[in-house]
Design a protein. Structure first.
Length: 157
């Protein structure tokens, strides 16, 4: 038997969510193994697992993962390994340096800026996901006149 792949996409209305849970429950009840159920976040994951346990008493055959974990799960299933994520530390250090430089001496070298750096990294990741480049961000900020200090700092980072 060839493996079947089924994908539900969102945004989900209440009916689509119920159909996806029903289908996952039917597949696992039929003995299917390796069902991958992708949810947006940890809250949704807990809700899906609780519902599947309520319906079936267990979640055998169904793996519920969040979007954040999906790339690693796909690599695991494909039996490939991505290179170690050394870029994360490098990115954090580069952004921290940009924050310190862009803040024009507001933070000395001993002042912790990790939370600010983490926020900048999340924002940069979200902007990159929407295909925003540093140049397009600067152009958009320039079109609005004087950019707020935080926006200028973000563009620099």
């Amino acid at each position: 038997m060839t493996p079947r792949h089924l994908l539900f996409t969102g945004p989900f209305g209440s009916g689509a969510i119920d159909r996806a849970r029903d289908h996952a429950s039917q597949l696992s009840a039929g003995g299917a193994r390796g069902v991958l159920y992708v949810v947006p976040n940890g809250t949704a994951k807990r809700a899906v697992v609780a519902e599947l346990v309520r319906r079936r008493g267990a979640v055998f055959g169904v793996k519920v993962v969040t979007l954040a974990v999906l790339p690693r799960e796909l690599e695991r299933r494909a039996h490939v390994a991505s290179p170690p994520d050394a870029d994360a530390l490098f990115d954090e250090l580069v952004v921290e340096r940009a924050v310190r430089r862009g803040a024009e001496g507001a933070f000395d070298d001993a002042t912790p800026v990790r939370g600010l750096t983490g926020g900048m990294l999340r924002t940069i990741t979200a902007l990159a996901r929407d295909a925003v480049t540093p140049e397009s961000l600067r152009a958009a900020l320039g079109a609005r006149g004087a950019a707020p200090a935080g926006a200028t700092l973000l563009a620099a980072a």
